[in-house]
Write a protein that binds this ligand. Sequence first.
Ligand code: SAH
Length: 395
Amino acid sequence: MQTLILKKNTEQRLYQGHLWIYNNDLDNTQSPAKSFSAGEIVVVHTAQHRPLGLAYVNPRNLLMGRLLTRDVNVVIDTDFFVERITSALNLRERFFSEPFYRLIYSEADRIPGLIVDRYDDVLVAQFNTAGIEALRENILHALIAVLKPKTIILRNDSSSREAEELPKVVETVHGTAPEFLRVLENNTEFLVPALSGQKTGWFYDHRDNRARLNQFVKDKTVLDVFSYMGGWGVQALKHGAKSVLSIDSSEAALTQQIDNAKLNHVADRLQTSTADAFDHLTELSKQRQKFDIIILDPPALIKRRKDFHAGMQAYFHLNKMALTLLNPQGLLVSASCSQHLMPGELASAVQQIAEKAGRPARLIAEGHQGMDHPVHLSIPETQYLKALFVAFSGK
Ligand code: SAH
């Protein structure tokens, strides 16, 4: 194995439990980035030549390396992943009674670059780095040994693969893919097209936030913006909402949402609109429509730090429009999955909008990503999801 030597004082982050090595952390004279190949496993040394751990690297990415272990004597093989996957599974089994969850959340489960979502006996995985792609056979064998799944689907079409210069492919590598993935969440059943859903098919991360909202929806009119296949809206109907209007730009997602509503016998109270959310909210506002509950769950509007300003404007705009559509005693659920947006920043945006509108806002609850997306306390980047429950009480 080649040795990667760090610059002085860059090891601190790794000693504190972080797993990332950036391109400019390298001692470029002793171990130039270009001497490594994509996906290679290396021994990491501090500037004082103390062995620090094993990492995989990709010189093409600025985030060049991710530590796999602090033990330089470990062999990275199938058994290594059997241990890590078993540990991740044990954590899930402590908190979930049904086999529907994110099984492997990358760095937080100490398998950097790997996502695996579990849909009972179907696993859907994303190999997001060249390093984890190079270990694919070991990982697949380990997943089969630990979980004995019927099917493993690879949704290797994520945008993070671009930074690693990996091709985008969707393939079934074990068993045969069913037409639909079945999800059970908060007493509601969903079907998701197995090979063509967004990301791995389902957004498990909002489960607890949806459960919280389900408590307040009885007899309420609900607007579900960026609704995908009905994660929030169909559950709200199942829990007694009077009506739901769902907006999404994806016609396929809304068609499936209607089928999911039928599956739960609530389709008569669902309306869907295939549209750009920004345009459609403006239109609803012109029509002076009002709702008791509005959910804003957009895709990440700040994908990279340099998009912060433009993304922030979009959050402002969305929340402002939502407020014009909210009944005086309404509830706004304002979510963001942008890792670069801090919870306080989203709250402050909502606060400013509410004050300007003369409608003082009260934060009644603050939700995060669910327990199957644990936050690694040494890696702040593993925390990304926010869901603010903001109540208004009329003038
Ligand atoms: N709320 C969903 C997840 C949302 S993912 C759930 O709980 O499962 C983001 C969704 O926004 C996707 O379904 C995508 O199709 C949709 N989307 C992206 N850009 C959009 C836009 N400009 N207008 C409307 N929908 C959009």
